[in-house]
Design a protein around this ligand. Structure first.
Ligand code: BMA
Length: 335
């Protein structure tokens, strides 16, 4: 188990709770879920599908960008800080972007953020309204001022997730081309950029699975948290959707991507890691959704904490050991 090498900064005090006695789960839920309730803000209808990273500021050790839908049911992004990664102080005001070309800078809506630390900047990618959903990008170094860059792609696109370092000298991003509605299809693609503005060399990564092989991911898939670099490849958590007689069901699982050519998938788990079971995942504004957008990890212990939206209403946390997840992904590989 210790032979696996995991990249990243040490994070010995990250949120953690051991696997419950008797549990065989590879990823297990935090007993105090949900960690963020729907009305943590005076104006919030729901807080979910959000992104956190280690970040030092005063007494805080973590920062995040949160999807807070307000009571107009407008999709907004808010900045938050936390000392322990569990209890969050989220700004009442939504986050402010600066510096964009005025032609694209008008805020329409934003949702499902991810945050990637690349060098000494934190890049936020989110689903940005510009004639339909596309991938917005902004960077910050203080979680106060967010410098908006060009949208990465033309609409429609969702689930834009940056890699935490350049690959072959280029910034790299996963995304999921889509349509303007509740997209009933979707493959993950890889794109690269020399400058965070012009994206190209698009490569197909993976399609939904055949339903008789792995039904939870048979309709569409999308990248989740920023991939974690290991000696066995990039560990990617991704969500998959099953269309049931009762509507869409969002679960998530894991895949391993080649380190140098990440559009090459080397393993992909047939069984899910988490699928809606807990009451807070099965009941809410959109029932039966578990949607991961961020992960904290500690390379020395192999611990990972995955932040995921629950039923489009609240935010939950699940824990696991990266070496076990890598082993699980390879053992149950459907490729
Ligand atoms: C997707 C996105 C997610 C959401 C999911 C389930 O299309 O809008 O934000 O969690 O649907 O409603």
């Amino acid at each position: 188990m210790n032979a696996l090498k995991i990249a990243g900064e040490p994070l010995p005090d990250m949120p953690w709770e051991e696997r419950p006695a008797g549990s065989k789960e590879v990823l297990w839920r935090y007993t105090q879920n949900p960690i963020i309730g729907r009305d943590a803000l005076s104006t919030s209808n729901s807080i979910f599908n959000s992104a956190v990273v280690p970040f030092q500021k005063g007494r805080y050790n973590y920062a995040g960008v949160f999807r807070c839908d307000d009571t107009n049911r407008r999709m907004r992004l808010h900045v938050g800080f936390s000392a322990d990664g569990l209890r969050w102080d989220i700004d009442e005001a939504d986050f402010r972007l600066t510096g964009a070309d005025p032609e694209i800078g008008e805020w329409v809506y934003g949702y499902d953020p991810r945050v990637a630390k690349i060098g000494d900047k934190y890049y936020v990618t989110w689903c940005n309204g510009y004639h339909g959903p596309t991938i917005g990008i902004a960077w910050t170094d203080d979680f106060e001022t967010f410098h908006q860059l060009e949208n990465a792609f033309i609409p429609f696109n969702r689930n834009g997730v940056l890699f935490p370092r350049k690959i072959s000298g280029k910034f790299a991003m996963l995304s999921r081309p889509s349509d303007n509605g509740h997209t009933a299809f979707g493959d993950i693609f890889y794109s690269e950029s020399p400058d965070m503005e012009f994206w190209g060399r698009h490569r197909h990564v993976m399609s939904p699975a055949a339903f008789e092989v792995s039904a939870w991911q048979c309709m569409k898939i999308g990248a989740g948290p920023v991939p974690i670099e290991t000696s066995e490849g990039w560990l990617l958590f991704y969500h998959g959707v099953l269309r049931s007689c009762n509507g869409y069901v969002y679960a998530f699982g894991s895949a391993l991507l080649d380190l140098d050519e990440p559009w090459k998938v080397t393993a992909r788990s047939g069984p899910y890691l988490i699928s809606p079971r807990a009451p807070y995942e099965c009941m809410g504004d959109v029932p039966n959704v578990t949607f991961p957008c961020a992960a904290l990890h500690d390379p020395a212990t192999g611990r990972v904490a995955v932040y995921y939206g629950c039923a489009d209403t609240v935010t939950g946390l699940a824990f696991g050991y990266i070496p076990e997840i890598v082993e699980f992904t390879k053992r149950h590989n459907i490729l």
